[in-house]
Design a protein around this ligand. Sequence first.
Ligand SMILES: C[S@@+](CC[C@H](N)C(=O)[O-])C[C@H]1O[C@@H](n2cnc3c(N)ncnc32)[C@H](O)[C@@H]1O
Length: 207
Amino acid sequence: MPPDRPDAPDWDARFDREDYLFGTAPNEFLASCRALIGDGARVLCVADGEGRNSVWLASEGLDVTAFDASPVGVAKARRLAAERGVTAHYDVADVDGWQWPKEAFDVVAAIYVQFAPPAMRRRLFARILDALRPGGLFLLEGYRLEQLAHGTGGPRVPDQLYTEDQLREELAGFALEEVRSYEAVIDEGPAHSGMSAVIDVIARRPA
Ligand SMILES: C[S@@+](CC[C@H](N)C(=O)[O-])C[C@H]1O[C@@H](n2cnc3c(N)ncnc32)[C@H](O)[C@@H]1O
């Protein structure tokens, strides 16, 4: 828990339930990028939670690594992988503590990683850039600032939400291929449910 964020969610407590807080189906944006991800790709899922995305990627035959700070979330991810008969490598780790390898992944997915205040977010984006091979793909989905009015998921903390300008500036080291802001009904388990203000980014580490 960041010391300056005493109100940050207790993810172990949130994940300590029989069902899956964000469901077991992959995030729709991530799944829509299946063709871009390619076959046989080495994929990193950052802050993968209960594993819905890593398990789907593994079921697509990809070489998947995932980490999350919540031991309860990672245990559920491992359980889901076992139930589906797929293999992924899981670590319990904080974004600042994980041993990030360099140029090791073809794809990095960061889906709703909005626990990060601005300084941590900048460090995270820098680590993702380094972890991608040149030309590697970065896929990001998250809530925009306008999500505060919807209240259908995500942190109620403005500086953990995204704006298009802020992401363009913070991701300046990436080659941005698509930045799409939109409103849509999101239906991803009980914690992400209803009309939402979302942004999707497709970017690459410059070759
Ligand atoms: C909104 S959930 C998203 C989980 C997953 N990406 C998904 O879309 O299903 C945010 C996740 O961030 C994790 N998390 C929070 N702080 C973290 C940190 N400092 N380092 C790594 N993971 C963290 C939580 O445990 C939680 O699983």
